[in-house]
Design a protein around this ligand. Structure first.
Ligand SMILES: Nc1ncnc2c1ncn2[C@@H]1O[C@H](COP(=O)(O)OP(=O)(O)OP(=O)(O)O)[C@@H](O)[C@H]1O
Length: 678
């Protein structure tokens, strides 16, 4: 039924016009892409078609997603150059090319006041309007008069409804409700690297993803080639966040875990697991020095003259000059592999100098021919042998002499002994590489050839990365910038970072400023207060977040984890709006799955090869990081703590698990609760 409110009716008409224009834009892009389009040559045609395809995907309209979510009225009295009204959406919408836009992209400069303007700084805006929707139809609007201070101070119901909405399916974008402190981070310049410390649910992941979308829009030219990459903690997390960027029109951002990225780059697969003590040594930044030394230790001392026959003559380069040539190359700071490729030409240059001294006048072709000659090639091969990263790391981990030579003065006896594999595999091909090995292989590969850099890296849950993993990522941002996101209180790896400045130094971004987010959008007050009891034990320097949710949350602790208590807990919650997560220690997973199956509860197991669909998500504690569920049931906290290598890590894991709840948390325990919970 059309609205009787004239404002709502006018806005609904604009909504329909915008939607029709969006569909038309989609059709035009589709027609261009229909296969008949060609450019000058095959490569240009492929490029053009790709660009059109991207545009078409970007224009794909989801009927549930309205083309705009807000409006700004620029007014002269608020300091604007002229009066104008703009609607803001996830992308620009124009009826015909050259027309005034019906909707502007939220990332455009003109949209900035929507997120930042305040009565004290209206930024030219007289009126800010937020829209409420139900099933894609406009149902409400809220106006803020930025020229009237009292009005703007009021809380926004539309914002609150968005924060409090039940969660279903994967993570959604937050373009309509980005907060001023978040927007400052989202719209920071491309050259600016950021490090964001934030308690659970303060929107770090959301900020990181929106920053990626913003940068791709605002710095499209610089990022077109270099690209943007997102690193997340595990595959469940990546699939949870995987829809956000495409919904914002960005389909080309690569998303990896640190392991999947390095596996892809190095062409190896993780098949082994290190004992923690070994992983700790492999994760240590000193390994970078050991590896660099192991690579350069391959250079040999010249012991004989280089003799190059040409025609009836023989040209001789004495050993001291060969040594000088090698040293010159080393001094230039060129990577080992790149320098190796340059060596034959350098040696040939020495030969040419002899020829010239004898009165010849050889040209470039002669130099190239000498460089290709057998004596020069043999000499170069012998003095500067080829190095393969896998063989090199394999040798370091299996050959005591190689390791000792490279690690002398860097690692101690116990560390050397721990690194050497007890019963080494017969060949490098049967080596079962571990996750920590990947970072070693990457360091070796980078010592040979410079790793290409991305334009920008978003690194989520960064507190869990080791120094060597951070260095691997730093290489991929050597000519770009980074957004490092994390929470020191949620660090659960033995090699996790203890401080952001240290992590930033490993990342080779030491100048980066650390900012903190403290407004919690996920966890209700009662739940965050309970979880924050752990903070003095796990991260005393951090303040707990304050919840911006209006509801206090539905929170209970029951001293029973019996089958009936659990099933009652599930049955009471399963029909409530949103998702339900059941989190337990990893080793309890089979027992839980059995119990749910027997009780005919429809569930899926996170991390399973084929998780399927289900009304309940059964979540091993080790995969809970970064996720959220409306209702969370945590089974036996003591067991979750115990599953980790030490108590500190165990309590941090428990902190992660307790802070996944959006609306309600039920804690079931048979055993005493960890003392730190009070
Ligand atoms: N400005 C906002 N408006 C509405 N919802 C928001 C806003 N900021 C964050 N949220 C929501 O709050 C929830 C938590 O955000 P997010 O997962 O990004 O937090 P996080 O800091 O990464 O948490 P964790 O440390 O637990 O992984 C998400 O559902 C997100 O959509």
């Amino acid at each position: 039924m059309p609205s009787t409110d004239p404002v709502l009716a006018a806005e609904a008409a604009h909504l329909h016009r915008s939607r029709a224009a969006l569909v038309a834009m989609h059709e035009r892009a589709g027609a261009l892409f229909d296969g008949t389009v060609t450019a000058g040559d095959a490569v240009s045609t492929a490029y053009l078609r790709q660009a059109l395809f991207r545009r078409m995907v970007r224009l794909q309209t989801d009927p549930a997603t309205p083309p705009f979510f807000g409006r700004l009225d620029y007014r002269r009295e608020a300091g604007a150059g002229r009066d104008e009204s703009l609607h803001l959406g996830r992308q620009h919408v124009t009826a015909e090319a050259g027309d005034e836009p019906l909707v502007i992209d939220w990332r455009a400069d003109m949209a900035r006041p929507f997120y930042r303007a305040s009565p004290t700084e209206p930024m030219g805006v007289g009126l800010r309007r937020r829209f409420g929707f139900a099933d894609g139809e406009l149902t409400a609007y809220e106006d803020e008069d930025l020229t009237a201070p009292a009005d703007a101070a009021a809380d926004s119901d539309i914002l609150q409804a968005e924060v409090e909405r039940p969660r279903s399916g994967p993570m959604r974008d937050i373009v309509a409700t980005i907060q001023p402190e978040q927007d400052l981070l989202v719209r920071a310049d491309l050259q600016t690297s950021l490090c964001i410390q934030g308690a659970p649910g303060t929107g770090k992941t959301a900020v990181g993803l929106h920053r990626a979308a913003y940068l791709l829009y605002a710095f499209a030219e610089q990022l077109r080639r270099a690209g943007v990459m997102v690193i997340g903690p595990n595959d469940s997390f990546l699939s949870y966040i995987g829809d956000v960027l495409p919904a914002l029109g960005e389909i080309e951002v690569e998303q990896y875990t640190i392991d999947s990225l390095l596996e892809r780059c190095l062409g190896v697969e993780v098949r082994g697991v290190d004992p923690v003590e070994v992983a700790m040594i492999k994760s240590d930044a000193r390994m970078a020095q050991v590896i660099a030394r192991a690579v350069w230790n391959n250079l040999a001392e010249p012991t004989e003259n280089l003799v190059v026959p040409r025609g009836s003559r023989q040209w001789r380069v004495p050993t001291y000059l060969i040594a000088e040539t090698l040293q010159n190359l080393r001094d230039r700071g060129v990577r080992y592999g790149a320098a190796r490729e340059m060596l034959p030409m350098r040696l040939a240059h020495q030969v040419l100098l002899r020829m010239e001294a004898a009165g010849d006048s050889p040209d470039d072709r002669v130099q190239a021919a000498v460089a290709r000659s057998k004596p020069v090639k043999d000499c170069a091969k012998k003095l500067w042998p080829q190095v393969d990263p896998r063989k090199l790391i394999f040798a370091l981990l299996t050959d005591e002499l190689v390791l000792r030579t490279a690690a002398e003065g860097i690692l101690d006896e116990a560390e050397i002994a721990a690194l050497l594999i007890d019963r080494p595999p017969r060949s490098v091909r049967s080596m079962r590489w571990s996750s920590a090995d990947l970072a070693l292989l990457d360091a070796a590969a980078d010592e040979l050839y410079r790793t290409p850099s991305y334009g920008h890296l978003i690194i989520d849950e960064a507190q869990d990365l080791s120094p060597m993993q951070l260095r691997a990522l730093g290489r991929r941002a050597s000519s770009g910038s980074v957004t490092l996101l994390g929470d020191l209180a949620q660090a659960t790896t033995a090699w996790s970072t203890g401080s952001w400045p240290v992590a930033l130094a490993h990342l080779q971004q030491p100048e980066t400023r650390v900012s903190e987010l403290t407004a919690g959008f996920r966890v209700p007050a009662s739940v965050i207060e309970y979880a924050a009891r752990l903070l003095p034990s796990i991260a005393p320097e951090l303040a707990p977040p304050h919840s911006v949710r209006r509801g206090d949350g539905d929170f209970a602790v029951i001293a029973s984890a019996e089958r009936d208590t659990l099933l009652r807990g599930i049955r009471e919650r399963i029909d409530r709006p949103g998702t339900l997560g059941l989190i337990c220690a990893d080793r309890r997973l089979p027992e839980m799955a059995g119990l749910l199956t027997e009780a005919a509860v429809d569930f899926r197991t996170l991390g399973a090869v084929e998780p399927g669909e289900g009304a309940v998500d059964l979540v091993p504690a080790s995969l809970a990081k970064g996720l959220e569920f409306d209702q969370v049931i945590v089974v036996e906290p003591a067991e979750i703590v115990e599953a980790e290598a030490d108590e500190l890590t165990g309590l941090r894991r428990l902190y992660v698990v307790l802070t996944r709840a959006v609306s309600g948390l039920l804690v079931l325990h048979e055993r005493p609760l960890p003392a730190a919970l009070g």
